[in-house]
Design a protein around this ligand. Structure first.
Ligand SMILES: Nc1ncnc2c1ncn2[C@@H]1O[C@H](COP(=O)(O)OP(=O)(O)OP(=O)(O)O)[C@@H](O)[C@H]1O
Ligand SMILES: [Mg+2]
Length: 250
């Protein structure tokens, strides 16, 4: 579903990604963990073109988004193709990014209508079904300011799903939440994983990484240090930096 190969990204003089490679298979859930500033968010943002890469290759479901030219510089496909590819990925952010002036339901139907050109009547049943799935159908007419953080994040998940993505990217979806609200969001994500959604999740939740992710990838200093099936990752981390990080999380 995702092939990232040798991704390099710099902000000015700072090389934030130094050749990151990762593949994500259909139905797989990969948790990306690592210290602050290691490049996790930047990597995720590069995959769906919220940031552009300097070098490397990104294929999404077999379609090339960007690849190196003869000089080793990444070249993107045409804009229309970029949009066609990126719409297959839904993204959920740490700070929800809901539209404050729209109700819960309006938040969920907005992109299908404006981006996909769907009719309101056509998306409404689907939107209600999604709100039911995340347990928020009774909040359909509420504004985001009246919701708890956990509820906002579940709306954000429903909103991403309304675009019928093949892949979901999550960037620390629970790190802005109190512990008691974290659980309800993780349950929603676990349910998605059980339905075989393909997911790439940047997280500090070691329990989620251990129990829900099929693989765990550890990033440090702009490099993907190691990636293993989650049971092996926690039982037998290969790299000293991974071991040090895991010890610091206990
Ligand atoms: N738009 C930007 N301009 C300049 N530097 C940036 C930009 N975005 C990120 N960086 C820098 O890139 C590095 C990696 O940032 P990134 O947000 O990817 O880290 P992270 O692993 O997600 O960290 P955290 O766990 O704190 O979210 C940091 O040093 C950050 O300051
Ligand atoms: Mg981050």
């Amino acid at each position: 579903m995702i092939l990232a190969d040798g991704i390099h990204k710099r902000f000015g003089a700072h090389e934030v990604l130094r050749g990151v490679s990762l593949t994500l298979a259909k139905g797989e859930v990969i948790a990306v963990i690592g210290p602050s500033g290691s490049g996790k968010s930047t990597f995720l943002r590069c995959l769906n073109h919220l940031e552009t890469i300097d070098a490397g290759r990104i294929d999404i479901e077999g379609d090339t988004l960007a690849a190196n030219d003869a000089h080793g510089r990444a070249r993107y496909v045409a804009d229309a193709e970029v949009r066609r590819i990126c719409v297959r990925m839904g993204m959920v952010f740490q700070h929800f990014n809901l539209f404050p002036h729209l109700t819960v339901l309006q938040n969920v139907i907005e992109a299908p209508i404006t981006v996909k050109g769907m009719k309101r009547d056509a998306i409404l049943p689907k939107a209600e079904e999604l709100l039911k799935k995340v347990g928020l159908l009774d909040k359909r007419d509420a504004y985001p300011s009246r919701l708890s953080g956990g509820q906002k994040q579940r709306v954000a998940i429903a909103r991403a799903l309304a675009m019928e993505p093949d892949i979901m990217l999550f960037d620390e979806p629970t790190s802005a939440l109190d512990p008691e609200l974290t659980g309800e969001v993780l349950r929603t994500m676990r349910q998605l994983a059980d339905e075989h959604m393909t997911m790439l999740v940047v997280t500090h939740e070691m329990g989620f990484a251990r129990e829900v992710a099929s693989r765990v990838a550890f990033m440090d200093g702009g490099t993907l240090i190691e990636s293993q099936p989650s049971a092996d990752f926690f039982a037998n981390p290969q790299h000293p930096r991974t071991r040090a990080f895991l010890e610091s999380m206990l």
